[in-house]
Design a protein around this ligand. Structure first.
Ligand code: SD4
Length: 320
C-alpha cells in the first residue's frame, strides 16, 4: 500500500514539461480560495483558475476557465482538441459542471466542439435540463454560438491509424501523467464548484460514454459539505457512484483524504479483476481540507491556494 504523498513546489516551474513530483505526507489543509485539479495539466488549469480566484472571482468561473485552457491544447491526447478518437475515428467529448446551488449541466458524446465544458455550462444556465447528448448537444451548441471544428489532429489521426493495425482495446490510464481534467474549487466567498472534461478512453466503442459527464460519478458538489471528482476507468467510477459517495462520506465527518481512500477501496472490493482499473479521486471540504487517492500509483494532481502551489503524487492502494 502506498503511504507516500509526493510534492513539488511549483513556484517558477509551472508549465515546464519536466515536472516530477516528490515526497510528502500528512493531513492537508489550506486557506480559501483553493483549486485542485487532476494530472500534470492540472498545473496549467490551476494557473488560470488562480487568476480568477485570487481576484475574488467565483469557483464556477475559475474551474470553467481553467479546464478550457486544457481543452484547447492540441498536444493533449485526452481532452478536447487532439483528444484520441473512438475506434471508428470520431473524437467524442464528455463534460460536466456543477455550482454551489446544486445546479449542473452536462454534455456527452459531443463532437466537433472545442469547449464542451462551456456547452455544459450553457445547458446548466440556459435550459431546464441537466444533460444533452450527441446530435442534440451539437445542435444546442451551435444555437448558442459555438463554432464547429475538426478536433482530430494530424497526430491523433496517425496514432489512431497505428492502433487500427492491431485494434486491440486496452483502456490505459496514466499516460504521461495526463488524462481527464477535473477541477474542484472553493472560492473566497466560501462557495464550491467543479468541472470535468475529457475525450474519454482512447479507441472506445463508438457511442461509449464514461463517468466524466455523469453528475455523481465523475463530479459531485454539495455546498454544505464539499466537492469530489474522479479520473480513470469511467466504468468503475460509475458502478460505484464515486464522487457522490465521497461527498456523502465527508458529510458524515470523514476527511477528504480518507473519503477518497474509502471510495477507492469500494472499487477494489467490487472488482474481481483489477487489471486496468486505475481510478484517481480528489476531494475538498468547506474547511479547506483536501486529499487525493488512487487505486494504483501514478495518479498526480495540482493544488493552488495562497499558501500552496504544488504538484503532488496521490497516495495509492496498489504499487504497480
Ligand atoms: C473516462 N474517466 O472516459 C474518463 C477517462 C479518464 O483518465 O479519466 N482517464 O472513462
Amino acid at each position: 500500500m502506498g503511504t507516500r504523498r509526493d510534492f513539488l513546489k511549483l513556484t517558477g516551474l509551472a508549465g515546464t514539461s519536466a515536472m516530477v513530483p516528490s515526497v510528502f505526507s500528512g493531513i492537508k489543509k489550506t486557506t480559501k480560495p483553493i483549486v485542485l485539479s487532476t494530472w500534470d495539466h492540472g498545473v496549467t488549469a490551476n494557473k488560470v483558475s488562480w487568476d480568477i480566484l485570487s481576484k475574488n472571482g467565483t469557483a464556477l468561473d475559475a474551474v470553467e476557465q481553467g479546464v478550457r485552457k486544457v481543452e484547447s491544447n492540441p498536444k493533449g491526447t485526452t481532452v478536447g482538441i487532439g483528444g484520441s478518437p473512438d475506434r471508428d475515428g470520431f473524437v467524442t467529448l464528455d463534460a460536466c459542471i456543477m455550482n454551489h446551488k446544486n445546479e449542473c449541466g452536462s454534455v456527452a458524446f459531443l463532437q466537433n466542439i472545442e469547449h464542451p465544458i462551456s456547452v455544459a455550462r450553457k445547458v446548466m444556465e440556459e435550459t431546464q435540463h441537466v444533460m444533452l447528448v450527441g446530435e442534440g448537444a451539437s445542435q444546442f451548441a451551435q444555437e448558442q454560438g459555438f463554432k464547429s471544428k475538426d478536433l482530430l489532429t494530424e497526430e491523433s489521426k496517425k496514432a489512431w491509424e497505428k492502433w487500427l493495425e492491431t485494434s486491440e482495446y486496452e483502456p490505459v490510464v496514466n499516460i504521461e501523467n495526463h488524462d481527464t481534467i477535473a477541477s474542484i474549487a472553493l472560492d473566497a466567498q466560501g462557495n464550491l464548484a467543479g468541472a470535468c472534461t475529457t475525450s474519454g478512453m482512447a479507441y472506445k466503442m463508438h457511442g461509449r460514454v464514461g463517468d466524466s459527464p455523469i453528475i455523481g460519478a465523475g463530479l459531485f458538489v454539495d455546498n454544505e459539505v464539499g466537492a469530489a471528482c474522479g479520473t480513470g476507468l469511467g466504468e468503475a467510477i460509475i458502478r460505484t457512484a464515486g464522487s457522490t459517495i465521497i461527498v456523502e462520506m465527508m458529510r458524515n465527518g470523514i476527511s477528504p483524504q480518507d473519503a477518497c481512500k474509502a471510495a477507492v477501496e469500494r472499487i477494489i472490493e467490487k472488482h474481481d479483476d483489477l487489471t486496468n482499473v486505475q481510478v484517481g479521486y480528489l476531494a475538498i471540504n468547506k474547511n479547506g481540507e483536501y486529499g487525493g487517492y488512487s487505486v494504483y500509483d501514478g495518479f498526480t494532481y495540482a493544488i493552488r491556494s495562497d499558501e500552496e502551489n504544488e504538484y503532488l503524487s496521490s497516495e495509492f492502494k496498489i504499487s504497480q
